[in-house]
Design a protein around this ligand. Sequence first.
Ligand SMILES: C[S@@+](CC[C@H](N)C(=O)[O-])C[C@H]1O[C@@H](n2cnc3c(N)ncnc32)[C@H](O)[C@@H]1O
Length: 238
Amino acid sequence: MTRKHEPRVAEGVDVTRPSIARIYDYLLFGKDNFAADRAAADKLMQSRLDPRRLALANRAFLRRAVRFLARVYVDHDPIVVAHNDALLATGDGVVTVRADVREPDAVLDSDALNGCLDLGRPVAVLLLSVLHFISCDEDAPGIVATFRERMAPGSYLVISIGTSDGADSEMLAEATTTYAGARMPFTLRSRGQILDLFKGFDLVEPGLVSLPEWRPDFNTDRTPLNGPTVGAVARLAA
Ligand SMILES: C[S@@+](CC[C@H](N)C(=O)[O-])C[C@H]1O[C@@H](n2cnc3c(N)ncnc32)[C@H](O)[C@@H]1O
C-alpha cells in the first residue's frame, strides 16, 4: 500500500528496512509506518496466520492485564520511544526507556526507570509479544530470570508469546520465512518452554492460555486464533 504523506523520519532511522514495531503499528491500523513496513505486513497477512487478529488479540490482552499494572515501557526502537514520549510521558510517573530487553540489567539500572520506579517494592514486568523475537541462542529464560532476581516479592510478570504447540506447521513455516525475509528473527517455543519462563512465579488463574481466554471481558473476541499465541500473568511469591 502506498501513501501520499509518510510520517516524519527521525534522524538515523532506516525506513527502507521493515521494523517489527512499525509492522505491529500497521497491523493495529496505526499511522506510524512506512512503505517497507506495510509491504512486509501485507505479505505476512497473506498467510493464514492472521497477524492482524493476533496483534489485536495481543493488544486486548495487554489492556486486560495492565488495567492495574504498568507505569514503564521499554523498547529498543527509537521511533517507538519518541512516540511513547510524545503520547505517554506526561510527567506523572510514566517513562519510556530505549533499551534492549536482551540486556535486562541495563534496563533495570537505567536512570529513567529508577527515577520512576522503586524496585524495592512490587512492580510488574510485561514482556508482551517480544520474546518470540529473541532467538534460542539469546537465552530468553536467562533474561526473564535476571528480571526475577531484581524484582521484589509480590511483583508480577506478564508474558504473551507465540507457541509452536497446536500450530499448523505449514502456516508457521510460512510466517517464520516471512519474518526471516524481513531480517527479523522469529522463534516459537513449546508450552513447556514457555512455562519454564515463569520459573519462581505463581501463575494467576486461568494460567497460561490462548490470549482471548485470559479473563475475557464483554469486549473480548473469543474466536480461536489462527497463530497460536498464549499469555499469562504470574506473581512472585512474597
Ligand atoms: C509486536 S510489538 C509488541 C509491542 C508491545 N509490547 C505490545 O504488546 O503492544 C514487538 C515490540 O518489541 C520490540 N522489540 C523487539 N525486540 C526487542 C528487543 N530485543 N528489545 C526491546 N524491544 C524489542 C519491537 O521494537 C516492537 O516494538
